[in-house]
Each structure stands twice: as structure tokens, then as C-alpha cells.
Design a binder for this molecule. Structure first.
Ligand code: 5RP
Length: 230
């Protein structure tokens, strides 16, 4: 199967994991990117099974609404059962690098609210050590250079993502040449730099469950430490 077919396969499989809550509203948090888009398209077929979605980006909100799925403001949602999203890299602890599409901050916020974070990837995204994919860091524009200098001091090589503005009005530095052996420590260090809004390491809040499509078409199911339940 080619990569597009694998993305569609994990998107479909993730939609099968969205089960309605019998006593409360069922709200699904939805990520951003081509794999998340496959999930949205699959979810549309069972939209009668849940109450609505919270989007991690403007583009995701538009796609959900295009399918007639109600999109809620996160402030109006008390509880979220699921968050489903792709990743740029994942390790076997289900720690992730995200933000290739620039939606990392809202993705991180929505993921933090969900009881169960289901990550959907194809096997090209699985790595032993995170950092081959440049780590996206969302930065307040006036702090671009000062943050870049601190990232160099941490051993990285930040590259300004030219011409890109996030949904929050900020800029992105993509940090190359990091070998991330302690993802939680680096996440804390970068979050502590003044001017950083957030960065794309999902280690403090990793995925709970991962669906990974292999080139053969087989989909592996991997559990993280939390064993979050539906
Ligand atoms: C967007 C993201 C995406 O999840 C990540 O970039 C993976 O995208 P794709 O599914 O298109 O490979 O973090 O900010």
C-alpha cells in the first residue's frame, strides 16, 4: 500500500474506536494534517454516533463543518472522550514530535483535555530516538531571535519557517540537529524560554494509544503507559 492508502487505513480504524458515551455528551478532539484529514472523512460516516468535535486548527474546523459535523469552542466543552491526531515522529513510548503543519499549540491544548489520545501514523513515522524531524517551536514574533539563540545554546539549529503564521498569529522555528534522548527534560527546557508559546514535543502528555499502519497494510495497536480507557 502507498502512504496515502496507509493514512486512509489508520484514519478509518481510528473512527471505529470512537464509541458513543451512553450517559454524557461524546465530544471528539480532532488534530490537523493529512492523516487527521483521513480520520475526519471516516468520522463523517458515523457522525450520528457522537455530539460534535473540537478542532485543533482553522483548517480542521472547516473540514469538519464541510461534513456537517458540529464544531464546538473548547471553552464550551466540559469533557472530551477522545483526541485523534497524526504525528511527524513517534517513539515506542508514544512520545511524539508534532507541528509539521504548524498547529502544535492548539493540538497540545486539545490533547491535554482529552481522556484518551489516539495517535495515527504510518510506520515511516516510528523512530528509535526523536529528533530526526526538526522540532517545531511556536514563538511570539518579537522573540524570534532571542529564542533562536537559546535554542542554539541547547544544541539545536533553528530555522525560521518563512512566510508562515500560526492560527494564533505567531511564527515557527524548526529546530534541526537535536538528538532527543530525554524528551520530557527538553520539553521543559524549551517551554521555559521566554517568548516560546509551546513546542512540538508531546512527552509530558504522550499518546495513550497508537494505530500504526505498516506497508503491508497491517495495523499495529500500541499502548502507552497510561492505558487510558474509553
Ligand atoms: C500538524 C501536525 C501533524 O499531525 C503532523 O504534521 C503529521 O501530519 P501528516 O499526517 O500530514 O503527516 O502535527 O501540526
Amino acid at each position: 500500500m502507498n502512504q496515502d492508502e496507509l493514512k486512509a487505513a489508520v484514519g478509518n480504524r481510528a473512527a471505529e474506536h470512537i464509541e458513543p458515551h451512553l450517559t454524557r455528551e461524546t465530544i471528539v478532539g480532532v488534530g490537523t494534517g493529512s492523516t487527521a484529514n483521513c480520520f475526519i472523512d471516516a468520522l463523517a460516516k458515523s457522525k450520528h454516533m457522537f455530539d460534535g468535535a473540537v478542532a485543533s486548527s482553522e483548517v480542521t474546523a472547516e473540514r469538519l463543518q464541510g461534513h456537517g459535523i458540529p464544531v464546538y469552542d473548547l471553552n464550551d466543552v466540559n469533557e472530551m472522550q477522545f483526541y485523534v491526531d497524526g504525528a511527524d515522529e513517534a517513539n515506542s513510548n508514544l512520545e511524539l514530535i508534532k507541528g509539521g503543519g504548524g498547529a502544535l499549540t492548539r493540538e497540545k491544548i486539545v490533547a491535554s483535555v482529552a481522556r484518551k489520545f489516539i495517535c495515527i501514523i504510518d510506520e515511516t513515522k516510528l523512530v528509535e530516538t526523536l529528533g530526526q524531524f526538526p522540532l517545531p517551536v511556536e514563538v511570539i514574533p518579537m522573540a524570534r531571535s532571542s529564542v533562536a539563540r537559546k535554542l542554539v545554546a541547547l544544541g539545536g539549529q533553528p530555522v525560521y519557517r518563512q512566510g508562515f503564521v500560526t492560527d494564533n498569529g505567531n511564527v515557527i522555528l524548526d529546530v534541526h540537529r537535536l538528538s532527543i534522548t530525554d524528551p520530557c527534560k527538553l520539553e521543559d527546557e524549551i517551554n521555559g524560554i521566554p517568548g516560546v508559546v509551546t513546542q512540538g514535543l508531546f512527552a509530558r502528555r504522550p499518546a495513550d494509544f497508537m494505530l500504526m499502519a505498516r506497508a503491508s497494510g497491517v495495523i499495529d495497536e500500541l499502548w502507552g503507559q497510561s492505558k487510558a480507557s474509553d
